[in-house]
Design a protein around this ligand. Structure first.
Ligand code: SF4
Ligand code: SF4
Length: 117
C-alpha cells in the first residue's frame, strides 16, 4: 500500500511508527506529503482498500504542574519530542514535533500528558 502511495499518487512518506497486534491488526503512523489532489486520491485509495484513517489533528499537551521529569517519555517518543536538559535534567517537551501517537499519554506515570480532540 505504501509503495502504491508513492508510485501511483506521487506522495512522499515518513513512517513514524509501525506495529502489528497479536490479533494481526496493524497500526501505522506516518507523515504524507505531496500535492493536495494526490493526497486526496491516495487517502481515497486507502479507504477503498479498507484502511481506517485517523488524521492526527488532535493535540497532546503537557500539564507542567504534574510533570515530575522522570524521563519515562523520552525514549518512547517516535518523534523525538522530548529532550533532557543536560544541566538541570529537566525533560523538555517540543509540541511542534509531536505526531500525536499517544504513546507518552499511556506511559507517563503522573498522567501529565493529555490528549485533546
Ligand atoms: S513521563 Fe510524564 S512525568 Fe515523566 S518526564 Fe515525561 S511528561 Fe514528565
Ligand atoms: S504523543 Fe507523545 S510520544 Fe507520541 S509523538 Fe507526541 S509527544 Fe511523542
Amino acid at each position: 500500500m505504501v509503495y502504491r502511495l508513492v508510485r501511483d499518487f506521487n506522495l512522499n512518506f515518513n513512517i513514524l511508527k509501525a506495529s502489528v497486534s497479536p490479533g494481526e491488526e496493524g497500526l501505522l503512523v506516518m507523515e504524507l506529503s505531496g500535492e493536495q489532489k494526490d493526497y486526496d486520491s491516495g487517502i481515497r485509495y486507502l479507504e477503498e482498500t479498507g484502511v481506517r484513517i485517523q488524521s492526527l489533528s488532535q493535540d497532546v499537551v503537557r500539564d507542567e504542574s504534574r510533570c515530575t521529569h522522570c524521563g519515562a517519555c523520552v525514549n518512547i517518543c517516535p518523534a523525538l519530542a522530548f529532550t533532557v536538559e543536560p544541566d538541570t535534567k529537566r525533560v523538555l517537551f517540543d509540541q511542534n514535533r509531536c505526531v500525536v501517537c499517544g504513546l507518552c499519554v499511556k506511559a507517563c506515570p503522573p498522567r501529565a500528558m493529555r490528549l485533546y480532540f
